[in-house]
Each structure stands twice: as structure tokens, then as C-alpha cells.
Design a protein. Structure first.
Length: 112
């Protein structure tokens, strides 16, 4: 947390959107506009659509940003940040998981 001004806490957030979300989606946009937080929100499908691909997108963003206050992920992005954060255990990262897609593979198999 960099500073407090007028009752607001300014933070740098790494946000991983869900499968149908985007860097310009409602969650990252609201945090930026309403809270004046710095939001880093990579395009999750940059490397592909698998969870392994999306985990790599987040791992790269974590490695490139030493001063992240919180890593937040929604749905598929929540699963990706949980996976990627394991690689950076020494950094004691703070995660916020919004309806993470845990058990996704099992759910797909059960309806196939």
C-alpha cells in the first residue's frame, strides 16, 4: 500500500479476469475508476485457453511486478492465480479468489 489520501488506500492490484472477461471488464474497471487503484490486468488468453497457459500469463506478471499489493482472480482467473502463486511462496503474496474455478475439470467430465 503506497499511501492513504482522503480516506482511500491506494494499492497496486494484479487482476486475472475469468474465461469470458477482459482487461476492460467491469471488475478491473470499477476498481480503477471508483477506488483509484493501479490495476494490472493482462489478457488471460495471450498464451492460449488452457489453465496451464493462463497460469503462465499470471506467473509472468507476478515475476515482472515486485510491488503488487494484492493478486485478485475471478473464476478461471482465480484458479490461475492460485496455481501461479505456488511458484512465488517466498513472496508471501496476498490473494483474493472470487468464485475460483476449482474442480473445473471434474465438473466438465461429469457432464460430458
Amino acid at each position: 500500500m503506497t499511501e492513504i489520501s482522503q480516506g482511500l488506500i491506494f494499492m497496486k492490484i494484479l487482476f486475472a479476469h475469468g474465461l469470458e472477461g477482459s482487461p476492460n471488464g467491469s471488475k478491473p474497471t470499477w476498481m480503477k475508476e471508483s477506488l483509484d487503484w493501479e490495476i494490472i490486468c493482462p489478457e488471460m488468453s495471450n498464451n492460449g485457453w488452457t489453465i496451464a497457459d493462463q497460469t503462465e500469463v499470471i506467473a509472468k506478471a507476478i515475476a515482472e511486478n515486485e510491488d503488487i499489493d494484492i493478486i485478485m482472480g475471478s473464476s478461471y482467473g482465480g484458479l490461475a492465480i492460485a496455481n501461479a502463486s505456488e511458484r512465488f511462496a517466498e513472496r508471501n503474496l496476498r490473494l483474493v479468489l472470487l468464485a475460483p474455478a476449482f474442480g473445473l475439470a471434474e465438473n466438465f467430465r461429469s457432464i460430458a
